[in-house]
Design a protein around this ligand. Sequence first.
Ligand SMILES: *Cc1c(COP(=O)(O)O)cnc(C)c1O
Length: 220
Amino acid sequence: MIRENAQKILDELPQGVELEAACKTRSCKEILEAIDAGVNIIGENYVQEAEKAFEVIGKRARWHFIGHLQKNKIKKAVWIFDMIETLDSIKLAEELDKGCAASGKVMPVLIEINSGREEQKFGVLPEEVEGLIIKLSGLKYIRIKGLMTMGPLTGNPEDARPYFIETKRVFERMKSLGLPEIEMRYLSMGMSHSYKIAIEEGANIVRIGTRIFGQRLGGS
Ligand SMILES: *Cc1c(COP(=O)(O)O)cnc(C)c1O
């Protein structure tokens, strides 16, 4: 089923939009099935889980980190991932920059926006993005490549639209600043229930789990 699900989504995606399989809790076998169907980006929320999968799957896909990165996991994360989508503080950026410098690796990053302004959520507020980006532009081992948002989890996919619109607005504004070293290229937004709306509002990476792999056990 995984192969069919992934192929169906890939067939329907407009040109220029990439499918990222959100792989939390999935086995290597399941992830490989998605890769065989044509999925090129693996999204992982946990460094430890990614490490196990990476040992088996390696560079058959690009690895994106979409969870909350802890300081003590940075070294491993730098080794595994091709992009960190969830950068949301100067402190984390400095730690990551240090970790990347030690490995001699330049890491593409997305800034995570808390578009729903939810207190318990990670990410920076829309109005804080510009200040953060300017502060980060001096760091040599990270490269800002765009924005990512989750948005509030809602029952009705249409309810997610305003948060995608808001994120796209910030994306365009950052692009218009023409800051050196900053390339606003990727806009990562939309999940299983909301990705079609996210694409309508400008997403070019969609992160999809359940619609590829089926319901998660444990409901996380
Ligand atoms: C799990 C997850 C997704 C995908 O969620 P689904 O509803 O299973 O498609 C997307 N983004 C992040 C950050 C996630 O943790």
